[in-house]
Design a protein around this ligand. Structure first.
Ligand code: NAD
Ligand code: MG
Length: 394
């Protein structure tokens, strides 16, 4: 077996750590080319030592010295690279065969897109980049013969239950609907009035999944599901009416595909990201992921409900984004990132996250997007607008 070279963007995060756990189970099959963190130099150095990474990349240039000191203290000779351009550099290396894109937010866009432009196998966790630049990803993947395998558990589930040639068109594949499941987050049964006073600590405590802070808040507002609707639109070339969301509090059914003949195919498993990560790494093969096995008889029941769009308006906004096209997804995502940040800093309340996004969508000028530069420009504008809206609230 020839060992495959893996680069992880955002290795110190929740997905990054889980990826390293899976890799550690298969020492002969994979080796680490590069690991990256934004600022956690100490953890990055430990990871580089343990996994014998060739390159240690820190995107915050000011932390390069700290990273070198931490590596020296561990007698680890990984080469230090710093700054955003270093992310794109390690992704493009010949030794890098697959890239785990696990940076959070639009900050991950450029190196993630670079992986596709370099014809690599992209294991995509960083949903925000697909949301804002889906068209560019599709084009780059077909031009460069790159494979994109979704890691987001719902999209990974869909990928598993769709036919291999789904990219020729969902209609041709006999698909009627992609049904994304949503746990409903920690406030599934909380009254709207009580949502007003939710704290960041409460919002970050997800009932089923252990995740980074931004996606935990997104799961609580259901903006995460909104982002996932848009992600599914691009990954599977789906029309808005071909995407549906259903609440499933147990997070055991990770998503479903409804076919024309009435069949519904689902992928089930414990809520543990190591399963989709292992699937994406090994596809089309299967490898051990180190996860607890699913025992349905212990669970007794799986429940499904319609989502409540009134308490969770961020979800409905995502369908508006699909209808609007152009830069609407860029605005939706950027305003959400800014609003989540403000919420985590206790500058705005929980319910204000969706209202900042909605107001920003009304205020930002609409336009078509063609290039990466245009996307980045719309992203900057939307962040400015969202910042002004937040200022007016506090
Ligand atoms: P996290 O906050 O735990 O980790 C984020 C990683 O990105 C860290 O390594 C951090 O150093 C790096 N990073 C942060 N800002 C950066 C910047 N400006 N430049 C470069 N690197 C930066 O996040 P996470 O929960 O691991 O999520 C990562 C991505 O995966 C997100 O897009 C999220 O939506 C997606 N995702 C996560 C889960 C999950 O279970 N955690 C599930 C599905 C999808
Ligand atoms: Mg998900």
């Amino acid at each position: 077996m020839i060992s495959q070279g893996i680069t992880i963007l955002g290795s110190t995060g929740s997905i990054g750590e889980s990826t390293l756990k899976v890799l550690a189970l298969h020492p002969g099959r994979y080796h680490v080319v590069a690991l990256s963190a934004h600022s956690n130099a100490v953890r990055l150095a430990e990871q580089c030592k343990q996994h014998q990474a060739r390159y240690a990349v820190i995107s915050d240039k000011n932390k390069a010295g700290e990273l070198q000191t931490a590596l020296d203290a561990l007698e680890c000779n990984s080469e230090v690279l710093a700054g955003n351009s270093a992310l794109s550099e390690v992704v493009s290396l010949t030794e890098t065969e697959a890239v785990m894109a696990a940076i959070v937010g639009a900050a991950g866009l450029e190196p993630t897109l670079q992986a596709v432009q370099s014809g690599k196998r992209l294991l995509l966790a960083n949903k925000e980049s697909m949301v804002i630049a889906g068209e560019l990803f599709r084009k780059a993947a077909s031009e460069n013969n790159a494979t994109i395998i979704p890691v987001d558990s719902e999209h990974n589930a869909l990928f598993q239950v769709l036919p291999k040639d789904f990219d020729k068109g969902l209609n041709q594949a006999g698909v009627e609907q992609l049904i994304l499941t949503a746990s409903g987050g920690p406030f599934l049964h909380t009254e709207r009035a009580a949502l007003k006073n939710i704290t960041p600590e409460q919002a970050c405590k997800h009932p089923n999944w252990d995740m980074g802070r931004k996606i935990s808040v997104d799961s609580a507002t259901l903006m995460n599901k909104g982002l996932e609707i848009i992600e599914a639109r691009w990954l599977f070339n789906a029309r808005p009416e071909q995407i549906a969301v259903i609440i499933h509090p147990q997070s055991i059914v990770h998503s479903m595909v409804a076919y024309r003949d009435g069949s519904v195919l689902a992928q089930l498993g414990m809520p543990d990201m190591r399963t989709p990560i292992a699937h994406a790494l090994a596809w089309p093969r299967r490898i051990e992921a180190g996860v607890e096995r699913l025992n349905l008889a212990d669970l007794h029941k799986l429940e499904f409900y319609q989502p409540d769009l009134e308490r969770f308006p961020g979800l409905g906004l995502a369908f508006q984004v699909l209808e609007a096209g152009g830069n609407a997804a860029v605005t939706y995502n950027a305003a959400n990132e800014v609003a989540v940040d403000a919420f985590l800093q206790r500058r705005i309340g929980f319910l204000q996250i969706a209202s900042v996004v909605s107001t920003a969508m009304n205020r930002c000028k609409q336009g078509k997007i063609g290039s990466l530069d245009e996307i980045l420009e719309f992203d900057r504008e939307a962040r400015d607008v969202a910042g002004q809206i937040i200022k007016s609230l506090v």
